[in-house]
Design a protein around this ligand. Structure first.
Ligand code: ADP
Ligand code: MG
Length: 700
């Protein structure tokens, strides 16, 4: 007999074949279980009446009780009706754009009403637009409704009568049929240890909360369970990898490393850099294959760490390669490495898309013979033609730029998987790293090289452009250089290029030749044009570089001390932070100027003020995660999240995640193979989850 939750959803009364097909298409619901785990995305709480003075735009829907003091009608571009509503603690405006005559007929100044709606802020004033009318009854009786679930649906489903209320009815029918037959998915000892409610009770309360307390209990259990299984699965993969013992052993720190350290290193390493090199040294010397993520803010000196680790590989007779996301960056790495190693017998080579054929052929032969020790390149390194004699270490710079499959190809080049070092300047908040990169060990460079002055970040409205230009002139007169960056957002390419062109004109007019030289870089330029403009700026021949966000990654021009970001409200936090990292690389005080229009959404305002208040990439990443949610976080789209979280939120459920992780560790410490009888259920549930998910057990 099939388990009730595996039953086809078309057999649920109220569904039928047509709706079932649509449910499958629109929400990926095909079984009773899928429907039951289609959790509400929010709840409306009508059990509590808020005081107007407590209301802020951050609150979700609120219920208010008070008096309408008076109405006024405004006719500018669009007619609207505004009512002033007060409960004695404060007042708020109710706004209608539609149905105005109906409201005027039915609502009366001086009467008491309860209203329900989402507070927003407009021109600095709080208001509620189109408050819910069902509750727009004079308060005589009392409010009957409690906490109600709201489900996500789609236009097509609504057309078929499957809006949030209908889904709620289906859940009720389903719970009636299935609740007593739902099998527990956590072993009793885990349920007891955590004083969780049973699965059945959790499912009931998640859809039909009996009280706020029971809803919380249901959420706690379901979130824990979800994150716990993810962690359990990740940690098992990790244990297997570490046990396998198939890593190359870099026995020694040899001649090359030592020579470099004592003679060629142009500066003292920071404590954090030293620590990370030690961590990598321990990994690569252990006989286990290394999978390490190196996080370090822009400018923290990751490249040097990579280079020194590659020298250890060379010392042990292994080749290494480092892959960068852009040609500009790969070339920059190559040049600086070749220079740093100029008097040493280490052979460094560069391979990019524009390496000429004969040169390329010679290079590939040398790589295969093992005559190249360090190969620097772009994604050209991935091609099958690139083969090594003994590839021991792969470094991937700015990892979020590469897709999972691309990266996978690199380590398939070697029969034995090489050690992997993935470097990123987009700091990944702990919670996300623990989930996305749970199988990677994480190293952090949490310290900038000494002598860097923190970048000063300020926000200006477009109307203050003259002041900004004045400031740019001062800086240029003092010998500095300036970036001016325009947004480039794929969907509206045409408009973006128009912005860039307009910007170019404004800048070249305000900074005319021959006194000033302005260069421009954007994605539509040919490689050599791009390179020429970059070089012009890097040499100091141009004062201003006008660019799109192509310069986001990598470029290193220490003399550039001002970053002006146009339409800053259109950039995400992570991107703003990356762009800002282009300055502040020299000894001079650097500045980041965020320009924006006057009309800002509350999210944009939040992002801009966050940027002005901190330089800490981790803090910014945490804020970004909270603002946007992990699905949107730059890089996660391609990072290979093998699971959809249905209830837990990596942005806000960090505590539960850490707890779940520790719990999973304890379970595995105690019973690594999950062979104990009490863990049978864990193994079974993991198996079910695995079969439904793509296999991303290799790092990414
Ligand atoms: P990122 O971590 O952003 O890749 P880079 O590796 O490009 O940073 O380093 C930024 C700059 O800092 C480079 O010019 C590099 O030479 C310099 N640098 C790296 N480590 C140190 C250090 N310990 N002391 C001084 N300068 C350093
Ligand atoms: Mg870098």
């Amino acid at each position: 007999m099939t388990y009730i939750l595996d039953t086809d959803v078309k057999f649920l009364p109220g569904v039928g074949p047509k709706r079932a097909e649509l449910l499958q298409k629109e929400l990926n619901i095909s079984t009773f279980g899928d429907l039951l785990y289609h959790f509400p995305f929010r709840y409306v709480d009508k059990t509590r009446i808020y005081a107007v003075c407590e209301v802020s735009e951050d609150l979700p829907y609120v219920l208010l009780k008070g008096k309408i003091v008076g109405f006024r009608e405004i006719t500018t571009t669009q007619k609207r009706l505004i009512a002033l509503f007060t409960d004695g603690t404060g007042s708020i405006e109710l706004v209608w754009f539609k149905g105005i005559s109906f409201i005027q007929k039915n609502l009366h100044a001086g009467s008491v009403y309860t209203i329900f709606g989402k507070p927003t802020s407009f021109n600095g004033k709080l208001n509620i637009v189109h408050p819910e009318l069902e509750d727009m009854v004079k308060v005589e009786g009392q409010i009957t409704s409690g906490i109600q679930a709201v489900y996500s649906s789609t236009e097509r489903l609504k057309d078929m009568g499957l809006g949030t209320r209908a889904i709620s009815r289906l859940q009720s029918t389903l719970l009636g049929m299935a609740l007593t037959k739902v099998e527990e998915t956590l072993p009793p000892y885990i349920v007891e240890a955590n004083r969780f409610v049973s699965l059945g009770e959790a499912l009931l309360n998640i859809h039909f909360p009996q009280s706020p307390e029971l809803l919380k209990k249901a959420q706690d259990r379901l979130k824990f369970e979800e994150l716990f299984y993810v962690q359990l699965s990740i940690l098992r993969t990790r244990t297997k990898r570490i046990k396998a013992g198939n890593g190359f052993r870099f026995e020694q720190v040899g001649e090359l490393f030592n020579h470099f350290f004592y003679h060629n290193l142009p500066f003292e390493l920071t404590t954090a850099q030293k620590r990370v090199i030690k961590e990598i040294r321990a990994d690569t010397g252990s006989g286990r294959q290394m999978n390490r993520l190196l996080q370090g803010d822009v400018g923290s000196g990751k490249t040097m760490v990579a280079l020194m680790c590659m020298l250890i590989a060379t010392d042990n007779g292994f080749q290494s390669c480092i892959m960068a996301p852009t040609e500009i960056l790969a070339t920059q790495h190559f040049k600086s490495m070749a220079e740093l190693l100029h008097d040493m017998s280490v052979s460094v080579a560069l391979l990019t898309g524009s390496t000429k054929k004969p040169e390329r052929r010679a290079l590939l032969e040398k790589a295969l013979r093992g005559d190249i020790h360090i190969l620097v390149g772009t994604h050209a390194l991935i091609e099958d033609a690139v083969q090594f004699r003994r590839l021991g270490l792969v470094v991937i710079d700015e990892q979020h730029r590469f897709g999972v499959a691309q990266r996978g190809k690199l380590w398939e080049k070697s029969e034995h998987p090489p050690h992997i070092l993935v470097m990123t300047a987009t700091p990944i908040p702990r919670t996300l790293a623990m989930t996305l990169y749970g199988d990677l060990d994480v190293s952090v460079i949490d310290e900038l090289p000494p002598g860097r002055k923190p970048i000063k970040t300020v926000h200006f409205f477009d109307s203050k452009r003259d002041r900004v230009f004045g400031f740019m002139r001062e800086q240029i007169a003092a010998g500095r250089q300036v970036y001016v960056v325009y947004p480039l957002i794929r969907e509206s390419e045409k408009m973006d290029y128009k912005n860039l062109q307009d910007g170019w004109e404004t800048i070249t007019q305000a900074f005319p030749a021959p006194q000033y030289r302005v260069c421009m870089v954007h994605g539509k330029l040919k490689n050599d044009e791009k390179e020429a403009a970059m070089q012009e700026f890097a040499r100091g021949a141009a004062h201003i570089m006008v660019a799109t966000s192509v310069i986001e990654v990598g470029v290193n021009v220490p003399n550039a001390s001002v970053m002006v970001i146009e339409s800053a409200e259109r950039f995400g936090l992570a991107q703003l932070h990356q762009l800002r990292g282009r300055v502040g690389r020299g000894a001079e005080q650097s500045f980041c100027i965020l320009m924006s229009g006057v009309k800002l959404s509350s999210d944009s305002r939040h992002r801009i003020s966050m940027m002005c208040s901190t330089n800490d990439g981790f803090q910014i990443a945490e804020a970004d995660l909270k603002l946007r949610g992990p699905g949107d976080l730059e890089g996660t789209m391609q990072s290979g999240v093998a699971f959809d979280l249905r209830i837990a939120n990596l942005g806000t459920d960090g505590k539960i995640l850490e707890y779940a992780r520790r719990f999973a560790e304890r379970v595995l410490d105690d019973d690594p193979l999950l062979s104990d009888g009490k863990n049978e259920l864990l193994l079974k549930t993991l198996g079910k989850l695995k079969s439904g998910a793509k296999d991303y057990s290799v790092i990414s």
